[in-house]
Design a protein around this ligand. Structure first.
Ligand code: CMC
Length: 392
């Protein structure tokens, strides 16, 4: 027995001290190490933001070059891991494959599993950031029956990812720099988001002393759910199901109906009670990409734009402070690039890896680190005697 604070969903519990990411949900503000996300999305790029999240400051030109070289030199995965991929059913969801393969990195990279060795921690950090795009792309290729495409270290992080997903041995694949930039932006915008469910999962797993690959696999598993990273897939599927602008009121009515479990995917956020600052940048990217691809009359985008307008002007959404979140537009961009919906959450996982790893490192350096062990309010039966089976 004991007196515990009851806080389901941890809406008012701070689980740690952190210096990485700051969010003011009422203002719609997101800062990484003090820098606003819109400036980072505009002026920086993914690997520089990775450095910032990991080490706390913007790198000098030579520091950035060294970091980029380190990451691009570790993009290949152990060749034996190819066999591990082949053990999955051919139509496995890429997230299922990623949970398994990333967890299995613990079995392939023994020299970076000792969390008490600073050098090993650093190697694990670099390996995870460098290899995650390769693993996600392989999971995708496997699910569509195409050969794995090896990484190209002469390409930047985002362009290399597009290459591994879309190149085939039979023909040349041209990577459009605008698409590579849009991919980089998607990665930048999802890089970290303080103590969200998957990051908290990574911290909880790590609090027991588990190795980094096991912890990140736990994060991937948590990210998969439709209330979290799975929302971008669910959002695009919803927009397609709505199909045309005239059906929007029907779906808004369903979202407002308490007896209907349906929610507008891509709307609402635990912390943001205002526009998600990432959604603003994402919307601009969506316009650029669709413009480039000549699909400005894309029916999904039309539905998305009109749905946003109607929902934002609806009293229910205004009262509950439900605004479009980052996932509302990311799915449209990814679809326009040619990704199937099943790849949306794996791409989120690629991006969030740096956030997970930064928080993992921060936690291990925290002198107050304790195993995460919440208590409960027990509501079950009180003490009673066992009843023999013939007497039940
Ligand atoms: N559509 C309709 N009603 C909603 C929605 C929605 N999308 N989101 C919340 N509500 C209502 C909800 O029914 C509740 O109403 P009431 O107070 O009458 O019971 C109220 O708003 C508060 O919702 P909640 O579920 O208590 O809030 P939460 O902080 O637990 O949930 C959320 C946050 C993101 C899980 C939720 O808004 C949601 O399910 N959104 C749709 C899924 C989504 O887009 N998720 C992506 C989040 S951003 C990316 C990421 O972090 O992974």
């Amino acid at each position: 027995a004991g007196v515990f604070t009851y806080d389901p969903g941890f809406t008012s519990t701070a689980s740690c001290d952190s210096t990485i990411t700051y969010i003011d949900g009422n203002k719609g503000e997101l800062l990484h190490r003090g820098y606003p996300i819109d400036q980072l999305a505009e002026k920086s790029h993914y690997l520089e933001v990775c450095f910032l999240l990991l080490y706390g400051y913007l790198p000098s030109a030579s520091e950035l070059e060294t970091f980029e070289t380190t990451i691009t030199r570790h993009t290949m995965i152990h060749e034996q891991m190819h066999y591990f991929f082949r053990g999955f059913r051919r139509d496995a969801h890429p997230m299922a494959t990623m949970v398994g393969v990333v967890g299995a990195m613990s079995a392939f990279y023994h020299d970076s599993t000792d969390i008490n060795d600073e050098r090993q921690r650093e190697i694990a950090t670099h390996r995870l950031i460098a290899k995650m795009p390769t693993i996600a792309a392989m999971a995708y290729k496997y699910s569509i029956g195409q050969p794995f495409v090896y990484p190209r270290n002469d390409l930047d992080y985002a362009a290399n990812f597009l290459h591994m997903c879309f190149a085939v041995p039979a023909e040349d694949y041209h990577i459009d720099p605008i698409l590579a930039r849009a991919m980089d932006r998607i990665l930048t915008l999802h890089a970290d988001h303080e103590q969200n469910a998957s990051t908290s999962t990574v911290r909880l797993a790590s609090s027991s002393g588990a190795n980094p690959f096991a912890c990140i696999a736990a994060g991937i598993a948590c990210l998969w759910g439709p209330s979290h990273g799975g929302a971008n897939q669910a959002c695009l599927e919803m927009l397609k199901e709505i199909g045309s602008v005239d059906r929007i009121p029907e779906y808004i009515a369903r979202a407002k109906d308490k007896d209907d479990p349906f929610r507008l995917m891509g709307f609402g956020h635990r912390v943001y009670k205002n526009f998600d600052p990432r959604a603003k940048v994402m919307k601009q990217s969506a316009d650029e990409v669709l413009d480039l691809l000549g699909v400005e009359n894309n029916p999904v985008l039309k539905v998305a734009k009109e749905l946003e307008k109607q929902a934002v002007n609806d009293d229910y959404f205004a009262e509950k402070k439900l605004f479009p979140n980052v996932d509302f537009y990311s799915g449209i961009i990814l679809e326009a690039m040619g990704f199937p919906t099943s790849m949306f959450t794996p791409i989120f996982a690629v991006s969030r890896t740096v956030g997970w790893v930064s928080q993992w490192k921060e936690q291990l350096a925290d002198p107050q680190l304790k195993i995460g062990r919440p208590r409960q309010l027990y509501q079950g039966e009180i003490l009673r005697d066992y009843v023999d089976i013939e007497k039940r």
